[in-house]
Design a protein around this ligand. Structure first.
Ligand SMILES: *[C@@H]1O[C@H](CO)[C@@H](O)[C@H](O)[C@H]1NC(C)=O
Ligand SMILES: *[C@@H]1O[C@H](CO)[C@@H](O)[C@H](O)[C@H]1NC(C)=O
Ligand SMILES: *[C@@H]1O[C@H](CO)[C@@H](O)[C@H](O)[C@H]1NC(C)=O
Ligand SMILES: *[C@@H]1O[C@H](CO)[C@@H](O)[C@H](O)[C@H]1NC(C)=O
Ligand SMILES: *[C@@H]1O[C@H](CO)[C@@H](O)[C@H](O)[C@H]1NC(C)=O
Length: 183
């Protein structure tokens, strides 16, 4: 009977670990959860943004804890009406003129922040931005991810409207340290 007891407690433990994976295991918030290796690209497919064949890239299931001043790296993402893929959250094609963002997998938190607003702060300015997509940190380098490397675990990938609201000149849109919070 004792062994039966032990067996039945294992799945519960596994479920608890999975449910609270990111919030309770501090080390897992900052360290890679695995890696993906760049594949041989299909003929005719090449771009400087693509994974380099044979090169290993770290993947992250979790992101640092969210606070009232969560440190992040802001990148520029084109969410062009009819031009980009429809948003994961509601399948709409958002325009770049709207303040919208994609978050690293850990912060996207299995879509729990979908269509919620976050408060992005930099340069003494703030803007409320709608979360519409995920910046996939736990996978990459395959056809599903356009052969692009996994996202880092601290990314807020933002439309031009967010960059403009923060007053960042266009030639500096290659990346910026920011803070954000749930709004
Ligand atoms: C792809 O393009 C990059 C530069 O854009 C180049 O360095 C690389 O060798 C190319 N890879 C292949 C497989 O053609
Ligand atoms: C969104 O864009 C895709 C790709 O351009 C297009 O196929 C789709 O019809 C668009 N969806 C909406 C709702 O406009
Ligand atoms: C993610 O959300 C989906 C839909 O709500 C749910 O079925 C799934 O169990 C969730 N996964 C995790 C790891 O929480
Ligand atoms: C956003 O964050 C900034 C800086 O912490 C704060 O001053 C501002 O009131 C916040 N805005 C909203 C709408 O929460
Ligand atoms: C941005 O943040 C990173 C990590 O916190 C730090 O190493 C880097 O120096 C910062 N860059 C600037 C320009 O402040």
């Amino acid at each position: 009977m004792k062994s039966g007891c032990l067996k039945s407690s294992i799945p519960l433990l596994v479920i608890l670990l999975l449910t609270h994976y990111c919030s309770h295991i501090e080390a897992e918030q900052r360290h890679p959860s695995g890696e993906v290796v760049g594949k041989k690209l299909p003929p005719g497919e090449n771009d400087s943004d693509f994974c380099v064949p044979g090169k290993a890239y770290s993947t992250y299931r979790c992101s640092p804890p969210v606070s009232s001043r969560t440190k992040a790296f802001l990148t520029f993402n084109v969410f062009e009406e009819g031009g980009d893929i429809p948003s994961f959250c509601d399948a709409k094609n958002y325009s770049n003129d709207k303040p919208i963002v994609a978050l690293s997998t850990g912060w996207f938190d299995n879509a729990s922040r979908c269509l919620k607003r976050i408060n992005v702060t930099a340069n003494g300015r703030s803007v409320l931005a709608l979360v519409v997509d995920e910046c996939a940190s736990a996978m990459g380098c395959d056809a599903d991810n356009d052969y692009q490397p996994p996202c880092a675990n601290n990314i807020v990938s933002a439309s031009s409207a967010v960059w403009k609201a923060l007053g960042v000149p266009h030639d500096k849109w290659d990346g910026l340290n920011i803070t954000w919070s749930d709004a």
